[in-house]
Design a protein around this ligand. Structure first.
Ligand code: ZN
Length: 168
């Protein structure tokens, strides 16, 4: 098991659409084990592979009912709306109130390549949306209102410029 460094905004890997997983082998199992260890160490409730620099459609999560992983997941159903304060390990230390669907059903594959589905409302529904967004190269910044996003981006950019060694 290994803890990976977590890539942070504006690392370009975070804005790529991640590639479909086609091989279900020990390497995939190892990746998921490492991602879970990295997520719990952070600590976070979800982690997508691009956040550790691996542009593959895999995420892990634990919204309070134990860990799980999904491969090649898609949101297939949403219901309702729910506003909640949300953060991201790739935009550390920042939180915004974001409106998303409340209930979500996601379908994908397990580590053996068999169909699997997870569904839930509130935190689980939000984690499913947030992680699947990561696999599509979408950060929570894109879920902010235009005005809030502009303010957040200028804030994050000036912070990056002020860092010793300049922007990274
Ligand atoms: Zn995130």
């Amino acid at each position: 098991m290994a803890i990976y460094p977590i890539r942070t905004f504006p690392d370009p890997v975070l804005t790529l659409k991640a590639g479909t997983v086609r091989t279900f082998d020990d390497d995939l199992q190892r990746l998921v084990d490492d991602m879970l260890e990295t997520m719990y160490d952070a600590p976070g409730v979800g982690l997508a592979a691009p956040q550790i620099g691996i542009s593959k459609r895999v995420f892990v999560a634990d919204a309070g009912d134990g860990p799980f992983a999904m491969v090649n997941p898609e949101v297939v159903e949403t219901q309702g709306k729910w506003k909640f304060e949300e953060g991201c390990l790739s935009v550390p230390g920042r939180y915004w109130t974001i409106k998303r669907a409340d209930f979500v059903r996601a379908e994908g594959l397990d580590l053996d390549g068999n169909p699997v589905a997870y569904e839930g409302d509130e935190l689980l529904g939000r984690v499913l949306q947030h992680e699947i967004d990561h696999l599509n190269g979408v950060l929570l910044l894109e879920r902010l209102s235009a005005r809030t996003r502009r303010a957040a981006l200028s804030d994050l950019r000036s912070e990056a410029l002020g860092r010793p060694g300049g922007p990274a």
